[in-house]
Design a protein around this ligand. Structure first.
Ligand code: ATP
Ligand code: MG
Length: 181
């Protein structure tokens, strides 16, 4: 496929009360929420990776190293949503909530119309089981995304079923001392 990333719907929602006036007066910055909806197609991954890098660098206070780690986390979650979660022609919705100097929060929502539907409970169990396996004993190339990469680089990893039959994978990483630029 050729062309630009036009189908990406980029919506920035500034928290209520976070007007220009209140921003200059307030000590603490309000969280910034950005939602991106992409069609179920790996073509959009590279734009999403660039977006994640810029967001983490410019808006979160996390280090460059963490920007690369979050790129991998996004890669894993969105690739899963494309491969297993949403059917071609449907969407994957990615939501970032950045609280500068405090945390980054990412949710990836699919529609549950893909080829291999799993419930939130099944995925939570799968990750729990695989977390306790010595990574050196995993001989297959696949199967490390959630339990190794995503779980190791986040503080919270949780799964929710949506009323529409899809799945939300939600991660949070708190900024700790020594992780800032
Ligand atoms: N969004 C999703 N919807 C339905 N099933 C999912 C979803 N994400 C993951 N899964 C299921 O969980 C399994 C484990 O996912 P995980 O990302 O850890 O490994 P993988 O995608 O199989 O391999 P890898 O990510 O290492 O290439 C998948 O094989 C798939 O069955
Ligand atoms: Mg995966």
């Amino acid at each position: 496929m050729e062309g630009t990333l036009q189908p990406i719907d980029l919506t920035t929602v500034v928290a209520p009360g976070d007007t220009v006036a209140s921003k200059s007066n307030s000590m603490a910055e309000a969280p910034i929420k950005i939602t991106i909806t992409i069609p179920t197609n790996a073509y959009f991954m590279s734009g999403l990776r660039d977006f994640t890098m810029n967001l983490v660098r410019n808006m979160t206070g996390f280090s460059e190293q963490w920007a690369y780690r979050f790129q991998s986390v996004i890669d894993e979650l969105v690739n899963n949503a494309i491969e297993f979660g949403s059917a071609p022609g449907k969407d994957v919705k990615i939501t970032f909530i950045s609280q500068r100097g405090k945390s980054i929060d990412i949710s990836v929502e699919d529609t549950g119309t893909g080829p291999s539907k799993k419930s939130a409970e099944e995925l939570a169990k799968l990750v729990e089981d695989r977390r306790h396996v010595n990574p050196l004993q995993i001989t297959s190339i696949r199967g490390r995304g959630l339990a190794q990469i995503v779980a190791n680089w986040t503080d919270v990893l949780e799964f929710k079923n949506t009323p529409e039959g899809g799945l939300v994978v939600h991660v949070i990483k708190h900024l700790e001392a020594g992780e800032q630029l």
